[in-house]
Write a protein that binds this ligand. Structure first.
Ligand code: NAD
Ligand code: MG
Length: 393
């Protein structure tokens, strides 16, 4: 039995994770659940999975949850406050942690899991975007194992030889004959929209991803391809890449989830229906495979698979993130915080869509040279960027 803590259990990835657990109750027990404030969802999951702990970072919501569970005679211990997420992520009785909190809020509990040597299923790409080599140092020190949930990184992982799978973050892909990583992305809902119409797209249009059903933040990031930029940075750290090792390819159908190109001319890809339960099941079953609930891919029903170069005039956020990747840790940390604030402002109807890029570009320009020495300086930069972004907004 693997005892698992699910951080962000009420979100899109969290719910898919619990669905995989539900199919394999003989292999997994839920040790703890963590989320922000969704009392109803958390109550239902506590009743179904009977974890030892449930954490809501919002204290008022936690109090309501505690009362409701007590009323049902439940034995779940409800804890309140953000710090308790790190407690359940690093608890000695927990074997593995699904890190699926969205945004910068996911970093500290994910790091707590790594430092405690827990196996980490990483969905929260922001952890690597914000801390890069600091995260790797923590992994090296604790000997913790990391497995990528993000579908592209999971596809790359699946397309690599086992010896590289077993040394993620410290890979040597050249030794394995890899010449390039091909990171695919759909291009989002505005791939063909006339450029002059981008400034007037609405939040509802931006979150309506053509292939994937996801949380609102990552859906907006997919439409700007900032998400692909963050994934570029995530891939750099996960697979120990440099310079020209990685290329972004627009693949609108989202059937291929990314590819690895080898020196002998082979390209190995992972294909499947766009459903996150596939990569989640891949990491949870590893090295085995088991049912994820995802339907078989019907190749003959596909109308075609197409590929194109990303148009950087349409997706300036992609270029911003790729440049930040090679500029340094402060640039990617600042970009992450600015994007989170700008996307929230866009979703709240406070800024037009095209301002997401404008704000992010100004922030990176201003903060890219800040010194980053440790995780505290990352969190401090994150806070200062949010203050500055608020003043721009
Ligand atoms: P979501 O918005 O659906 O869910 C976010 C979860 O995080 C919720 O459970 C919420 O309660 C929790 N949360 C947010 N702030 C919190 C806080 N301060 N304290 C405690 N909990 C908090 O997001 P999602 O789409 O599931 O994405 C989760 C992560 O997975 C993100 O980092 C995203 O980039 C990554 N990811 C998602 C997908 C996808 O298909 N949804 C794919 C790849 C990677
Ligand atoms: Mg992805």
């Amino acid at each position: 039995m693997e005892k698992i803590t699910v951080l962000g259990s009420t979100g899109s990835i969290g719910r898919s994770t619990l669905d995989v657990v539900r199919r394999h109750r003989d292999r997994f027990a839920v040790f703890a659940l963590g989320a922000m404030a969704s009392v109803d969802r958390m109550f239902a999951d506590c009743m179904e999975f009977a974890p030892r702990y449930a954490v809501l970072s919002d204290p008022a919501a936690a109090a309501v949850l505690r009362d409701r569970l007590a009323g049902e005679g439940s034995g779940v211990t409800v804890l309140a406050g953000y710090d308790q997420l790190s407690f359940i992520a690093s608890h000695e009785e927990c074997d593995a942690v699904m890190a699926a909190i969205v945004g910068a809020a996911g970093l500290v509990p994910a790091l707590a899991a790594v430092r405690a040597g827990r196996k980490l299923y990483l969905a929260n790409k922001e952890s690597l975007v914000m801390t890069g080599h600091l995260f790797l140092e923590a992994l090296r020190e604790s000997g913790s194992v990391i497995l990528p949930v993000d579908s592209e990184h999971n596809a790359i992982f699946q397309s690599l030889p086992e010896r590289e799978q077993r040394r993620l973050c410290f890979c040597s892909l050249r030794e394995s004959g890899v010449t390039r990583i091909l990171l695919t992305g759909s291009g989002g809902p505005f791939r063909e929209l006339p450029l002059e119409e981008l400034s007037s797209v609405t939040p509802a249009q931006a979150v309506a991803h053509p292939n994937w059903s996801m949380g609102s933040k990552i859906s907006v990031d997919s439409s700007t391809m900032m998400n692909k930029g963050f994934e570029f940075i995530e891939a750099r750290w996960l697979f120990n890449l440099s310079g020209d090792d990685i290329r972004v390819v627009v693949h609108p159908q989202s059937v291929i989830h990314s590819m690895v190109q080898y020196a002998d001319g082979s390209v190995i890809a992972q294909l499947g229906n766009p459903d996150m339960r596939t990569p989640i099941a891949r990491v949870m079953a590893y090295p085995d495979r088991f049912d994820s609930g995802v339907a078989d891919l019907d190749l003959c029903a596909l109308t075609g698979l197409t590929f194109q170069e990303p148009d950087l005039a349409r997706y300036p956020c992609l270029k911003l993130a790729v440049d930040a990747c090679w500029t340094g840790q402060a640039a990617t940390t600042a970009l992450n915080a600015a994007d989170e604030a700008a996307v929230a402002a866009f979703l709240g109807g406070r800024i037009p869509y095209t301002d997401i890029y404008r704000i992010c570009a100004r922030v990176v320009d201003r903060f890219a040279a800040d010194p980053i020495t440790d995780v505290d300086s990352v969190l401090d930069l994150d806070r200062r960027v949010r203050e500055y972004t608020a003043s721009l907004l």
